[in-house]
Design a protein. Sequence first.
Length: 252
Amino acid sequence: MSADLNKTATPLAQEVGRYTEVPVPPPLRGIFACQWLHVLPADADCTPLLVVPDGSIDLQWIDGVARVAGPDRQPHAEALRPGAQVLGLRFRPGAAAVWLGIDMSALTDCRVALDDLWGPRAACLAADSSAEFVDRVAARPTANLTPDAAMAEAFCLLQSGMAPADSPLRWLSERLQQPERTLRRRFVQHFGYGPQTLARLLRYQRFRQLARAEPSTPLAHLAAEAGYADQPHLSRESRRLAGRPPSTLPRD
């Protein structure tokens, strides 16, 4: 994202339109965690929406085009037409690199059309509707594809908030019984960045979940509960990752 983007004036994606999330069809449950749909109002203006990085990677369908979104390290400004429908299939941790056949480091902070990754192979997923797209993804053979178990476990460990903020790599290395160099290489392959970045993104998501679940709780208490050193630490991170102070985020 360009440094001169006025992120303060950019609405968050979650504040515009309607978002729904449902389980994926049974054939996809080994690779994808959920299916979601974001529908923008027909009278929405053309102001870009800010997508907050959350540690996930999505296979998306927008107006007949399949693409991969993420992994993101920073907020992403997304320009969509009024009335656009964005379908997403969220990869399980450790599954995207396996299903796509490419290291996630090549896609960090990017939105890449599946045609550009797969070439003619992507034609099998071409669809005129979001429902047809899901059906075609479900029909793709996945019997021999499974998420990287160690990376899935590492994601869950970081999501728990138990890792020390200053040395999550060493902490994970001890628990997973893997050398730090090997673990970092596998993180970059499957998540696009190292454990410290993922821990940082998941900590902010933890705060956002707490803020929605406890709308009357003071921010200082939520910051401590989420794992921040103090409220100013949370405020700095919120400006970096969401383009605004935490006091202005929706809490319902």
